[in-house]
Design a protein around this ligand. Sequence first.
Ligand SMILES: [Zn+2]
Ligand SMILES: [Zn+2]
Length: 276
Amino acid sequence: MILSSPHVHTQFCDAKNTAEEMVLSALDHGFSSIGFSSHAKQVFDHRYAMDDEREKNYISEIRRLQKKFEGKIRIWLGTELDLFCCAERSSFDYVIGSLHLLPMADRIWGVDNTKHRLIQIRDEVFGGDGLAMAMEYFRYYGAYLFAQRPHIAGHMDLIRKNNMDGDVFDESDPRYQQAALNALQMVKKSGAVIEVNSGAMARYGAKSPYPSRFLLEAWLKMGGEVMLSSDCHSAENIMTGYAESVDLLLSVGFKTAKVLGRGDQLFETTELAPIK
Ligand SMILES: [Zn+2]
Ligand SMILES: [Zn+2]
């Protein structure tokens, strides 16, 4: 099985390690390719995303590493977009379409901030109706993906991040599942590959990756394609959660996954095999 991750953060945005430290960790773990995905420039709040200066340095550093590690590992230059990003897309080899922010009730809310903040959105914007909040998130996500047409659909049910105990909204409710499935249809129309993102397993103790099993089952029936993604913010987590993600995908019925290519093609296909 070819190992890779398209979703790697560095000190150029909100992560701990340098890009070179991430490459060295990827090599240690037997990766054949790696893609960097610093948070793209936004029209406001450069706290966790890049600004003009950092973007310039990011691009030149990743291009330098591509040359330095040529023949050892294929390095790709990507970026993680959000609703308010203003980056020039053609500067990058590929883009991940993610939705961390939602504009609602005259404010912009971070949906993956803290549990306290999620409850605040539920109560202040949706009058305590967590299900309505989750459904609105998926409506935005589907429309956003369809409009952006990124190469990769990022952590599609991120709204679950602070609902691990299921006490903010009920993920088994048919209305929740239908809203998520509607978004999935829009992702299919966008042509994106869905990432199976284990970032929250490394950072927040989540038991499983994004997206939920029922979405993966529906995605398989739709003929959709998946790729493993660590969304890592430190070098030691370059493939944290991959073993569990592969087991999940195999149990759903996926036989193969996309990975970032080792040559000129952005994607290639690998057989899925359990990771010891
Ligand atoms: Zn993200
Ligand atoms: Zn990310």
